[in-house]
Design a protein around this ligand. Sequence first.
Ligand SMILES: Nc1nc2c(ncn2[C@@H]2O[C@H](COP(=O)(O)OP(=O)(O)O)[C@@H](O)[C@H]2O)c(=O)[nH]1
Ligand SMILES: [Mg+2]
Length: 282
Amino acid sequence: MSIEIVKVTAESTSAETAQTQDSPRVQLSVVVPAYREGRRIHSNLTRLIGELDKLDVSYEIVVVSDGNTDTTVREAKRVESPAVRVFHYPMNIGKGFALSCGVDQSVGDLVTFIDADMELDPANIGRFIDLMRSSGCDAVIGSKRHPQSKVSYPKLRRLQSAAYQLVVRVLFNLKVRDTQTGLKLFRRQVLREALPLLAIKRFAFDLELLVVARQLGYRNVCEAPINLDYQFESTVGLTSAWNVLWDTAAIFYRLHILRYYERRRRELQAIELDGDPHSQGS
Ligand SMILES: Nc1nc2c(ncn2[C@@H]2O[C@H](COP(=O)(O)OP(=O)(O)O)[C@@H](O)[C@H]2O)c(=O)[nH]1
Ligand SMILES: [Mg+2]
């Protein structure tokens, strides 16, 4: 699939420009997938910037508008900060695709994903970075089941989430209690290796990323507390819940039956070697 990704903020605000000039190297990239966020994205990005400004890191914010036809792009562009870049493409492909696309456009050594609705408190990002630095882990993932998390969300969602995590535990034996929370921090190297192997563009992307990262040897994943303030405006209905389950079964099939991820990795390595002039008969 070939998709034209259009950058919709002015050239002078780009982080690549920042990288080549005197300003400090971007340490943290914050990728924000946005779908049907409308007017609230402006105040949400402003809140995010307020929290990031408190941290002792240089950062960029990469907003990815995934086929929005509402005011999301216009409202995101109104945010007056040189750290914010907004990308848009015309079709809605899915949050997973949007996150991958945001990572491609970003430059920081650390990469955070955060949902645009800011139901997850961006003030938590600082703790994620501290935890990564102190523990040396490959990824920090927000967990609704961490004992220090403060979460308020409906009973039905709690039940769905608990049942799903049970399925995940049985199928994949991941050593985490919540794969689905929309606040995560990765070392860029993990994403650089894992993202090209993923097949999922929409549902269960988070799970596939964690499964593939483990397969690549990135086993050191920490869970961190989050504050979740649920706003009852979810795009995840019963159909999506079913689709997540279906995608989850597909990950299991690709991992254990097809051995797809291993094969894909070998294919990509072969392509890389072919394209590398230093690999030819020296
Ligand atoms: N780019 C992109 N983002 C999406 C899509 N669906 C949801 N999102 C974003 O992902 C975040 C989480 O979605 P939401 O519907 O709130 O799911 P929930 O919080 O799990 O109930 C929000 O910030 C949305 O803007 C999508 O198809 N593409
Ligand atoms: Mg949400």
